[in-house]
Design a protein around this ligand. Structure first.
Ligand SMILES: NC(=O)c1ccc[n+]([C@@H]2O[C@H](COP(=O)([O-])OP(=O)(O)OC[C@H]3O[C@@H](n4cnc5c(N)ncnc54)[C@H](OP(=O)(O)O)[C@@H]3O)[C@@H](O)[C@H]2O)c1
Length: 246
């Protein structure tokens, strides 16, 4: 991609202090974008890119998001990527888990879209991070999967609502990616190595994804090379969705 391709473009990224958000922020920065990094932990945002504007904000806190949006300038892109994971079946997940999964993975991006929509300039691009778990059932990920399925639909509603302003909205739906979210969870299992190997076996490429790989797709979606792509939920899972688990 041409080095200055994002020059003059203002792009806000949530969850920019780690994993997929951090990799995307660094890639966009290297391509000339002007960024606003959002997450709850300011120190992590500063580690991503020390000289870039960083805002400590909980995206599930409606009044905080509204306040932020009121003083935020015009934007050319949004990467609504922040989220979190907790395991459990429908029967074993109590209401607190359900509420946290909805707040972190669906209400947060909803708030950001609701309050920052007016800041988006004509021709903007918006990307949301969903999950392959929001497309097909992976056992014991019920509340997370339900929230991510809702998030995919949020992307499609936004694509419809903002299309007349030439604003495109897409979701990426990754399979397992080597970030804190996944690696911490693996470490907590009885046999971390076996858990990791089992995850790898699910897809035909027999490995998990890397943040930088997801970032490449997100950058493509945010940029000028995907201008007729909107309303898509794109699986990014090493082919796992195409095959029966063995
Ligand atoms: N890793 C995977 O296997 C995988 C697979 C499919 C989808 N995803 C999705 O990918 C996205 C990025 O996750 P990741 O894998 O890069 O994991 P990660 O490193 O844990 O990143 C999640 C980020 O979200 C931020 N965040 C969480 N809750 C927030 C809130 N309430 N307000 C603002 N920021 C918040 C966190 O920062 P603070 O804690 O500082 O706020 C953190 O930087 C998530 O939506 C996740 O569901 C991940």
């Amino acid at each position: 991609m041409n080095k200055g391709i994002f020059e003059g473009r203002q792009i806000l990224i949530t969850g920019a202090g780690s994993g997929i958000g951090r990799a995307t922020a660094r890639k966009l920065h290297s391509l000339g974008a002007e960024l606003i990094l959002v997450g709850r932990r300011l120190d992590k945002l500063k580690e991503t890119l020390p000289k870039v504007q960083a805002i400590s904000l909980d995206h599930s806190d409606q009044s905080a998001v509204e306040k932020f949006a009121n003083q935020c300038g015009p934007l050319d892109g949004l990467f609504l990527n922040a989220g979190s994971f907790e395991a459990g079946s429908v029967e074993k997940s109590d209401l607190a888990i359900f509420n946290r999964m909805i707040d972190q993975n669906l209400l947060g991006p909803w708030n950001m879209a609701h309050f920052l929509g007016p800041n988006l300039q004509e021709g903007s691009s918006v990307v949301l991070t969903g999950s392959n778990v929001g497309i097909r059932v992976v056992p014991l990920q019920a509340a997370y999967g339900v929230a991510k399925a809702g998030l995919h639909m949020l992307a499609q509603y936004l694509a419809q609502e903002w299309g007349h302003r030439q604003i495109r909205v897409n979701a990426v739906a990754p399979g397992p990616v080597a970030t804190d979210m996944l690696l911490d969870r693996i470490e907590e299992t009885l046999e971390p190595e076996e858990t990791l190997n089992n995850l790898k076996r699910v897809n035909p490429l027999h490995r998990i994804g890397q943040s930088e790989e997801i970032a490449s797709l997100v950058v493509y979606l945010l940029g000028p090379e995907s201008l007729w792509l909107s309303g898509a939920v794109i699986p990014f899972d090493g082919g796992a969705g195409a095959v029966q688990p063995n």
